[in-house]
Write a protein that binds this ligand. Structure first.
Ligand code: SF4
Length: 73
C-alpha cells in the first residue's frame, strides 16, 4: 500500500513527513517545539526556526518518518 507523505517547505528545504511511519516518539516536538507542534494544524510550521535547526531535528527522528530535501537542488 502506498504511504502517505505530507510536505512542508520554507523555500530553502522541504520536509517530508510520513504519518504511517511515525512512531510518535515525541523527539521532534520535545527538541524543537516551535516547529513541531502536534496540537497545531498544520503541525509543522517551517517559519518558526532557522533551516539548520530544522535539519538537525529532522535527522534525530528515530523512525525515518521525517526527511528533508533542499528546495533549490
Ligand atoms: S521524531 Fe519522528 S517518529 Fe518521533 S514524533 Fe517526530 S516524526 Fe514521529
Amino acid at each position: 500500500m502506498p504511504q502517505k507523505t505530507h510536505h512542508y517547505s520554507n523555500g530553502e528545504i522541504t520536509i517530508a513527513w510520513k504519518p504511517d511511519v511515525c512512531i510518535h516518539s515525541g523527539i521532534c516536538f520535545k527538541g524543537l517545539a516551535e516547529v513541531f507542534d502536534p496540537r497545531r494544524k498544520p503541525w509543522i510550521d517551517m517559519t518558526q526556526a532557522e533551516t539548520q535547526q530544522i535539519i538537525e531535528q529532522v535527522k534525530k527522528c528515530p523512525s525515518g518518518a521525517l526527511s528533508f530535501t533542499a528546495d533549490n537542488s
